[in-house]
Structure formats: C-alpha cells, structure tokens
Design a protein around this ligand. Structure first.
Ligand SMILES: [Zn+2]
Length: 294
C-alpha cells in the first residue's frame, strides 16, 4: 500500500485531486468508501475535533485501517481542523495519516510560531504524517448559513503563503481563495454557487510550492473546481453537501418505513443518498465525465 504522500504526489502529476469527505458516523464512512471503490480512486475521510469527539479518535482510526487492510484500498484518515497540539498528538498516536493544524484565527506570527512547533512534534511521533497549515479566513461551521460572511479581507496572498510555508515547513497549505466553510441556503437550493479566485490559487502555488487543499468545497461551481485543480489544488474538502444528503436520506428512509425500527433496513437510504454526492464529486475531482445536473 502506498502512503498518502505518494498518492497526493501522483494525483498532482496526473492533474487530478483527492476528495476529502468529513464523516461523523459509520454510515457516512460506508457511503464514502463505497463511492471511492466503485470509481477505484483514492479517498480521504476527515474528522474535525467535534466529529472525533463523537466517533472516537482511536475507534475511527481502527475502523478506517481495517477497511484499508481488508480491501487493500487507498482510504486514508485526516484529523481535520485541529486547534491544539494536544489534540494533534492524540490523532498522531491513534495513527491518523494527516492533520490540519488550524490556528488561522490567531495573528499570523502566532500561527507561524505554533504551527512550526506542531510540525516538529507531530513528525517526531510519525515522520510520514502530512501536516497541513492554514492561513486566511474562510469562515467556520460546515452547516447552512442564512447570510454570507464578509471574507474578502481574509484572502491569502502568494507572499504570505510562501513565507508561512518556509517558516513552518508544513507539507500542505490551506489558503483562502474565495472558498468558505458551510453553504448558504441558496446554495443548498442550487440557486447560487461559490466562485473561486483561480489566479490567486495559481499565484500561491507558484510561490509556496507545496500541496494545496481547498476547504469548504461544498456548493462550489463545478467549472471553478476543475480550474482550481489545474491551478494547483491537490485535495478538496466536502462536508456540508454530505450532511445535507445525510439528512435527506434519513428523512426518506424513515418516511418509506414509518413503522419500522430496524436500523440496517432504514439506514441504507442514507448510504445511497450520501454515496451519490460523494461519487459525483469524486468523478469531478478525478477528471471523469460528470453528467449535467447530476
Ligand atoms: Zn475546513
């Protein structure tokens, strides 16, 4: 089995990106795994601190490892949005393959200082673990927002990106390039889309020369995502779209069988609903044809 770094490198060489999907229960893992296997593409599942607290850090690591080993399939695990070194160390010791060490809410000097420390501490536990740092402001909360936050002042610049990467030695950088966590209600309804600053992505890639992650990919224009990958994005995070599909699938499952109580007869409708979203995003990230309106 190749390690995550090799797979991201290979994706970069092939001009495709790896899909990263947040999960907070085993139904979501099942859906992500099924979609990736069907398309035979590598995949990352991620859990933020809150998601890890609910599922269990060591428990999800054991579960994902068991899928990877039993099916000899490249499914990897990311500790998403980790705000303290203690939580990072916990994930590293549990066997996570990568971590997003996110101190982007702090002043940049403090973000640099603590991220650099975290890179050293985490690599000491597991040298092959990929450490991602984050700069700029892309908002918080992978949920449905009623109004759009003003993130225009928090966009990342190539100079800042280069300096951050050189000072911290992160493997991956998460910049602010028009992306945003969560979705506006109009995006859930398909009326509006997020738009990305492709030129900014290309400039940051040229300056920083590291792997780049796009956070908050839910609700983003398909063509912008394709162009962003060409411009240098290597990993794309999708969370809110899965959460919306999870809820719809659950409502449908319950409505179809109003008098049933057997979870494994109700929950497959959640798996199907989430799997469709994951499959459609994976096709796009991997340069496969995506049917219009799918
Ligand atoms: Zn994120």
């Amino acid at each position: 089995m190749r390690c995550l770094r090799d797979l991201v490198q290979k994706a970069q060489q092939s001009g495709v990106a790896i899909g990263h999907f947040n999960i907070s229960d085993l139904v979501l893992v099942k859906a992500v795994f099924a979609a990736a296997r069907e398309l035979n593409v590598p995949v990352l599942v991620g859990l933020s601190e809150g998601e890890r607290e609910f599922v269990g850090t060591r428990q999800i690591a054991a579960f994902v490892r068991s899928l990877r080993e039993e099916f000899d399939f490249p499914i990897f695990l990311n500790a998403d949005h980790t705000h303290s070194l203690a939580k990072g160390i916990e994930a590293a010791k549990a066997g996570f393959d990568s971590i997003v060490f996110d101190l982007s809410a702090l002043p940049i000097e403090e973000n640099v200082r603590q991220t650099k420390q975290a890179v050293e501490a985490l690599k000491a536990i597991n040298p092959s673990m990929l450490v991602e740092g984050e700069i700029g402001d892309i908002g918080t909360g992978s949920e449905i927002h009623e109004s759009s936050p003003d993130l225009s002042k928090g966009l990342s610049t190539p100079e800042e990106a280069k300096q951050f990467v050189e000072s911290t030695r992160v493997d991956i950088l998460a910049p602010a390039v028009g992306n945003m966590h969560g979705m506006l209600r109009s995006m859930v309804q398909g009326e509006t889309k997020k738009r990305l600053d492709i030129e900014r992505i290309a400039g940051i890639k040229r300056a920083a020369r590291v792997f780049l992650t796009l956070h908050g990919g839910s609700g983003t224009d398909d063509e912008d995502l394709r162009k962003a990958i060409v411009a240098g994005i290597n990993i794309v995070h999708i969370n809110t779209e899965l959460r919306v599909a999870w809820r719809h699938g659950l409502e449908q499952g319950l409505a179809k069988q109003p008098n049933k109580v057997v979870p494994y007869k109700i929950l497959p409708s959640v798996v199907d609903s989430v799997k469709q979203v994951v499959g459609s995003r994976l096709k796009l990230f991997n340069g496969r044809h995506v049917a219009h309106g799918a």
